[in-house]
Design a protein around this ligand. Structure first.
Ligand code: GLP
Length: 250
């Protein structure tokens, strides 16, 4: 993993937006994996600006989101599809048929997960996967535990994750669905390149375990250590507990 510590969240955000825009320049038919969450809101805002200024052309790109809540119709308030529509999709020139978000209201959720995996493979796998980081170390909704489920799957959310998503449901964690569908670690690790963004002090502990700790299902993001092309973008606050040697990029 390559690690970059930026002086501010704004600088880390700018770097990631530029990285995505440059990847689109280099390969217009890019297959992008996308996260939700507060951390990436300014990244999507910057991509909208770049797009309005004539850069970040998504016309030939394909996207696959990482996860979605179970029981919400696509685009319903609180759903990740709704979040994506509002923060990015409605503002850029992505072709609707090339936008993919898991359908948490599908009648057969297991079949929906299989369909999603097949669609990723058919698209030629994800070329650039953007990741956020849960304060508990999750990526997508691969929650910490004794084991991880490799394929795209249905998952029961940790109370911590439901609390972290309360803002999407009027601040009420009880209204956050108890289950979600998530891209599994196999599809994540099969992405050709990964860029993980973590900002703010509340991520510092998970970041330190990701960078200085061993590989463990107790911190799903630690599996990224085996991936050959992962860039970890941090601000000062998120890097606060990382060992000095690793902060310096050693
Ligand atoms: C959410 C999502 C993740 C996201 C993470 C961080 O619950 N399932 O895909 O990366 O948690 O969210 P935030 O950026 O709001 O801290």
């Amino acid at each position: 993993m390559r690690i970059e510590v930026h002086p501010s969240a704004e600088a880390a955000t700018e770097r990631l937006a530029e990285l995505i825009a440059s990847a689109l320049d280099a390969a217009p038919r890019l297959v992008l994996g996308l996260p939700t969450g507060r951390t990436v809101v300014p990244v999507y805002a910057r991509l909208r600006e770049l797009h309005a200024a004539g850069r970040a052309d998504f016309s030939e790109a394909t996207t696959f989101n990482l996860d979605e809540f179970v029981g919400l119709a696509p685009g319903a308030p609180g759903s990740y599809r709704h979040f994506m529509d509002e923060t990015l999709f409605a503002h850029v020139n992505l072709a609707p048929e090339r936008i993919h978000v898991l359908d948490g209201s599908a009648g057969d959720l297991e079949a929906e997960c299989r369909r999603y995996e097949e669609a990723i493979e058919r698209a030629g796998r994800i070329s650039l996967l953007v990741l956020g980081l849960g304060a508990n170390g999750h990526v997508g909704f691969n929650e910490p535990g004794l084991g991880l489920v490799a394929p795209t799957h249905r998952v029961r959310l940790c109370p911590e994750s439901r609390r972290a998503n309360a803002a999407l449901f009027g601040g009420d964690a009880d209204r956050v669905p108890r289950e979600a569908l998530s891209m599994g670690m196999t599809a994540i690790l099969r992405a050709r390149a990964i860029a993980l963004l973590a900002t703010g002090r509340e991520k510092a502990r998970a970041v330190a375990r990701l960078i200085d700790g061993g590989i463990t299902t107790r911190l799903p993001a630690s599996l990224l250590q085996v991936h050959g092309d992962t860039l970890v973008l941090l601000d000062e606050a998120a890097s606060g507990q990382v060992s000095d040697g690793r902060r310096a990029g050693n």
